[in-house]
Design a protein around this ligand. Structure first.
Ligand code: IPE
Ligand code: IPE
Ligand code: MG
Length: 275
């Protein structure tokens, strides 16, 4: 398996120019979250086993991680394995576990060298001991890195996340350290697995599916969505740039009024309306 290296990779002049144009045309999302879907169908199209799709998906992970870091994205969250994915055939789950270890081994040093911090969200204690050990090693190796945070959602589901947050808060209520009326949005956010991270600005889902599949249910309240028809193993930076370009054209109102509507009402109009 080849490794990616942001500092040493040969970025084409054309790609550098595309990134500069994207940075000039609007804000780069601070947090991008990706539902990496379609590996199995990609393999099926090629007449191969599903694991072939998962293996080829690693190259997309590398390319998207690298280009996000180059663009100045601060948080990249990748949905790699859901709670429900445990229900797949044992052979596929085992293949995914082996692939995770191999990828962590091959990419660890490059993450360290490129100042990318690896973190995880999810029930990693459900993984076999060797995988937990490898994850802990790479997290420790990259713990002080500051350029970008790469968060892998592993054995993760949004409902699990909300449930565990509610359990922790309920425990504090039972102990008397939190009163029920003190529970608010911020307190719930602080008890989720994503505590301390900004909510995703942009969520990308590949393979043409228009659903959330139990990803960051609480955190996606005001995220912008981009669905690509491309299967994950074929999803590369050119499509990431399309997604960011689309994001830059969105009017994020957060339930309020667009800046376009609020900033330019002349005072004479307001006086007329009020009279
Ligand atoms: C996404 O691809 C990877 C994981 C969920 C682990 P899929 O394995 O879901 O591939 P499709 O959606 O069946 O094609
Ligand atoms: C979502 O994909 C989970 C991940 C990408 C890890 P799935 O393939 O598991 O979701 P559904 O079954 O299409 O909803
Ligand atoms: Mg799928």
């Amino acid at each position: 398996m080849t490794t990616f290296d942001i500092t040493n990779s040969k970025q084409s002049e054309e790609d550098k120019a595309l990134q500069e144009a994207l940075k000039a045309s609007g804000a780069i999302p601070e947090h991008i979250a990706v539902i990496m879907d379609g590996n199995g169908r990609w393999a099926q199209q090629k007449g191969g086993l599903r694991i072939l799709g998962h293996r080829n998906g690693v190259a997309s992970v590398r390319d998207i991680t690298e280009s996000c870091a180059q663009l100045g994205v601060k948080h990249l969250t990748l949905y790699a394995f859901s709670t429900e994915n445990w229900g797949r055939p044992e052979e596929e789950v085992n293949g995914l576990m082996k692939l995770l270890v191999a990828t962590l081994e091959s990419e660890a040093e490059t993450l360290r060298r490129n100042n990318i911090r690896l973190v995880t969200i999810g029930q990693c204690d459900r993984f076999p001991a060797d995988i937990q050990k490898k994850l802990d090693e790479v997290k420790a190796l990259t713990a002080d890195n500051t350029h970008m945070e790469l968060c892998l959602a592993l054995s993760y589901s949004g409902r699990w996340d909300i449930t565990q947050a509610v359990q922790h808060i309920a425990q504090k209520v039972a102990e008397g350290t939190v009163l029920p009326h003190e529970i608010d949005d911020d307190m719930i956010s602080e008890h989720l697995a994503t505590a301390g991270k900004p909510d995703p600005d942009l969520v990308i889902r590949t393979s043409g599916e228009f659903r959330v599949s139990n990803f960051l249910l609480w955190q996606l309240a005001y995220s912008e969505f981009f669905v690509s028809a491309t299967f994950w193993p074929d999803f590369r930076r050119d499509e990431l740039y399309n997604a960011i370009e689309s994001f830059q054209q969105r009017d994020r109102r957060f339930g309020k009024l667009s800046k376009r509507h609020t900033k330019s009402i002349p005072s004479s109009v307001i006086r007329t309306l009020m009279s």
